[in-house]
Design a protein around this ligand. Structure first.
Ligand code: ITT
Length: 191
C-alpha cells in the first residue's frame, strides 16, 4: 500500500519509513513533485496534524498522513508543546531550541518531560487520529549525535541513553512517533 507523508522534515520521513517496514511504501512530497510549505497554524497537535494531512490530501487526492509532535515539560507547564519547532524564535535551529531548554531548566530539579505525537491519516476522505507518548526527562547536557530536534537532551524513562545516543531502530521501537505510527499501521492492516 502507498501512503503520502505530509512533512517537510527529512528526519521524520526516514523514521516513518523504517517504522512502516515492507508492507507500506511511504511517499514523500518530493516523490509526488510537491515542493510546498504546509500550513501549520493551529494551537493543538491534533488540529495541526489534521491541517497538514488535509492540506496535502486536498491537493493530491492521495491517501495522506501527517504527524505533529510536541515536547511537554512538566516544570514549564507543558511548554514548548505545540510550539516546539519555534521555541527559540522564528527560524531557529534544532540546536537553538536545545540551548533554550537547557537554559530554562538550568536551576530546576524536576526534569520530567513527555514527547507527544499525533498522527492524522486521511483515507478516502475520512480522518483518523492516532497518538503516541513517551515519558522521560531532560538531561543536564547534550548527549549523542543521532536523531534530530530535542533528541540529544531527551532520556526516555527506563533507559540510560538519550534518543540521540540510541541506534535509530531502538528510538523508533519506543518513541512517540513509533507508537502513533504503529497504531496507524495496525489500523490499516485491519481495514
Ligand atoms: P513537519 O511539520 O514538516 O512534519 P516539523 O519539524 O515542523 O515538520 P513538528 O511541528 O511536528 O515538525 O515538530 C516540532 C518540533 O519538535 C520539531 O521541529 C523538532 O524540533 C521537535 N521534534 C519532533 N519530533 C521529534 C523527535 O522525534 N525527536 C526530537 N525532537 C522532535
Amino acid at each position: 500500500m502507498k501512503l503520502l507523508f505530509a512533512t517537510n522534515n527529512s528526519h521524520k520521513l526516514r523514521e516513518i519509513r523504517e517504522i512502516a517496514g515492507k508492507d507500506y511504501q511511504i511517499l514523500s512530497l518530493n516523490d509526488v513533485n510537491m515542493a510546498t510549505d504546509i500550513p501549520e497554524t493551529r494551537d493543538t497537535l491534533e488540529d495541526n496534524a489534521r491541517q497538514k494531512a488535509q492540506f496535502i490530501y486536498d491537493k493530491t487526492g492521495f491517501s495522506s498522513f501527517a504527524d505533529d509532535t510536541g515536547l511537554e515539560v512538566d516544570a514549564l507547564d507543558g511548554r514548548p508543546g505545540v510550539y516546539s519547532a519555534r521555541y527559540a524564535g522564528e527560524g531557529c535551529s534544532f540546536d537553538d531550541n536545545v540551548s533554550k531548554i537547557l537554559e530554562e531548566l538550568d536551576t530546576i530539579e524536576n526534569r520530567k518531560a513527555c514527547f507527544r505525537c499525533v498522527v492524522c491519516l486521511i483515507l478516502d476522505g475520512n480522518e483518523y487520529l492516532f497518538e503516541g507518548r513517551i515519558p522521560g526527562e531532560i538531561s543536564r547536557e547534550r548527549r549523542g549525535t543521532d536523531g534530530f530536534g530535542y533528541d540529544p537532551v531527551f532520556q526516555p524513562d527506563g533507559h540510560i541513553q538519550t534518543f540521540a545516543e540510541m541506534p535509530p531502530h531502538l528510538k523508533n521501537g519506543i518513541s512517540h512517533r513509533g507508537i502513533a505510527a504503529s497504531k496507524m499501521f495496525r489500523f490499516l492492516q485491519k481495514k
